[in-house]
Design a protein around this ligand. Structure first.
Ligand SMILES: [Zn+2]
Length: 260
């Protein structure tokens, strides 16, 4: 009797174990891809010949902190961000699948067409987010006739748009002094998409939509409440609203910090 029972249990648990194995395999694959990308970036950095004054200073390792640049200057070469920060990137779903069975499923490529005498000429657009998960984040849009060049353009633009955010613990029912949330409530708007970000206590997680989650995670925020208004289905505008809200964390002076 006991043996039979054990077999039954094994059968019940087996698919779950398989699922876990499958998931971890996917994660391993993602990790591997990330490593490959990092290696590529490192190789690129070795070959990099800086063209701007700040680029040269970064290459000579005279500037070691990206905040020195962000305070006064604009980043004009993506390699500056690569060499000063340990960046991760993600793509936001701005497009939708075409075709039968309803289509309309979220995709990272937005495909548009131009009608010409020769036929339809497609263009692909994509929105990339880069961040160091430690207070720096940026988004960028890229367009090209094929998908991969669009992605690299988007990543490049995102690296040029990197900015610093202020983190803190502004929730009234959490009194720690760790940088797990934002210091106060902020609002952002782009077009008809509006978002309000509210500080949350530890353990809350990111209580916002999936696309904003990607931005906030890469910015290094762990706990937040979000509320959106308006046309939140247009991901580009929602992402821009989220970015403008995060930018506002730096616009307000906080008591106890040195004025900048
Ligand atoms: Zn806290």
């Amino acid at each position: 009797m006991n043996e039979e029972k054990e077999e039954n249990i094994v059968e019940i648990i087996a698919p779950e174990i398989k699922e876990i194995e499958k998931k971890s395999a996917e994660e391993l694959e993602k990790e591997r891809l990330r490593m490959v990308e990092k290696k590529k970036i490192e190789e690129n950095l070795d070959k990099w010949v800086p063209k701007t004054k700040i680029g040269k200073l970064v290459k000579e390792k005279k500037i070691k902190n990206i905040d020195e640049i962000l305070e006064k200057y604009k980043i004009l070469e993506p390699e500056i961000a690569d060499s000063l920060l340990n960046l991760n990137s993600d793509l936001l779903a701005i497009g939708q699948a075409k075709g039968k069975f309803g289509g309309g499923k979220r995709r990272v490529w937005r495909q548009t067409q131009k009608k010409t005498a020769e036929g339809n000429v497609p263009t692909f657009a994509c929105l990339a987010v880069v961040g160091d998960e430690n207070g720096h984040v940026g988004i960028g849009l890229g367009k090209a006739k094929e998908t991969l060049p669009a992605r690299s353009k988007a990543a490049r633009n995102a690296k040029l748009n990197i900015f610093k955010i202020r983190r803190g613990c502004g929730s009234f029912d959490c009194s720690c002094h760790e940088m797990h949330s934002i210091p106060f409530k902020v609002e952002g708007k782009c077009g008809s998409s509006e978002i309000i970000l509210i500080p949350a206590p530890q353990g809350t997680g990111l209580a916002v939509g999936d696309e904003c989650k990607k931005i906030l995670r890469l910015a290094g925020i762990k706990d937040i409440y979000g509320k959106t208004f308006g046309q939140t289905r247009s991901t580009i505008n929602l992402a821009k609203a989220c970015i403008s809200a995060l930018k506002k964390t730096m616009e307000i002076k906080v008591a106890g910090e040195k004025a900048r």
